[in-house]
Design a protein around this ligand. Structure first.
Ligand SMILES: Nc1ncnc2c1ncn2[C@@H]1O[C@H](COP(=O)(O)OP(=O)(O)OP(=O)(O)O)[C@@H](O)[C@H]1O
Ligand SMILES: [Mg+2]
Length: 238
């Protein structure tokens, strides 16, 4: 379970997160919605300890990660999968090596086990046969899939995805959203997604939080969001 209490963060005196509190239940998919610049990526970076808050706390399975040393953070990050907003694959590694990278970094599996795990995950994400290709040879949607594969290869029970559908056409956005949902549920991941893709967020989320100017202005299930009388939710959903 993830618990965020009264999180504040500013950059150069400019408030970005202003008293953000929420809980993510075990195994649920929470989507953080919000306009560009509302603080979604900054929020996600606090959940993985890449940014430290000015005040407030972030607890992951009851451990307050805002108080951890870099070394302790490295250990806890092994249990988290993270899909960055930019995809961030290594251009100089082919698909196989990109997906195998976390296994080589964090586990002592032998070459055959790594090969099996990578091939299993390529099958899961529907990308068999591309393992020798380099990121530059893939479409944007394929790159997102590979990045998702790399985020889940360690069997992490916590998954963070920043804009999994950005830069994709509507069909591919829907496909990657469904894939993310399928994978998260199959692996029982506690998942937090940042997105401004409202339609797909409503499809895959168990609950949603709407961030506006660094504050959560609405929180609830997709059906609650759809009938919300909150003006900002209404405008955002139309
Ligand atoms: N390292 C940083 N230093 C200074 N300002 C930052 C830093 N990171 C983010 N910001 C600022 O924080 C605000 C929120 O940025 P953030 O990236 O969280 O937005 P976002 O909601 O993820 O937007 P998008 O939908 O475009 O990805 C922006 O005004 C941004 O300029
Ligand atoms: Mg962002």
């Amino acid at each position: 379970m993830i618990e965020v209490h009264h999180l504040y963060k500013s950059f150069n005196g400019q408030g970005v997160l202003e008293d953000v509190s929420l809980q993510v239940k075990k195994g649920e998919i929470l989507v953080i919605l919000g306009e560009s610049g509302s603080g979604k990526s900054v929020f996600l970076k606090h959940l993985i300890g890449l940014l430290r808050p000015d005040s407030g706390s972030v607890s992951i399975n009851s451990w307050d990660i805002t108080r951890m040393t870099e070394q302790e953070l490295l250990r806890i990050r092994k249990d988290m999968g993270y899909l960055f907003q930019e995809g961030a694959l290594y251009d100089f590694m082919n698909v196989f090596e990109n997906i195998a990278f976390p296994l080589r970094e964090h586990t002592a599996f032998d070459a055959e086990t790594i090969r099996m795990k990578v091939y299993n995950i390529l099958k899961l994400i529907g990308l068999e046969g591309v393992e020798q290709k380099y990121p530059a040879e893939l479409s944007g949607g394929m790159r997102k899939r590979v990045a998702l594969a790399r985020a889940i290869i360690l069997d992490s029970k916590i998954l963070f995805c920043d804009e999994p559908t950005s830069g994709l056409d509507p069909l591919r956005s829907r496909n990657i959203s469904d894939l993310l949902h399928e994978v998260a549920k199959k692996l029982h991941c506690t998942t937090v997604v940042a997105s401004h893709d409202i339609q797909n967020s409503l499809r895959i989320a168990d609950r949603l939080a709407l961030l506006q100017s660094g504050r959560i202005v609405a929180f609830g299930t997709p059906s609650e969001f759809k009938i919300s009388s909150n003006m900002f939710v209404k405008e955002f959903i139309i």
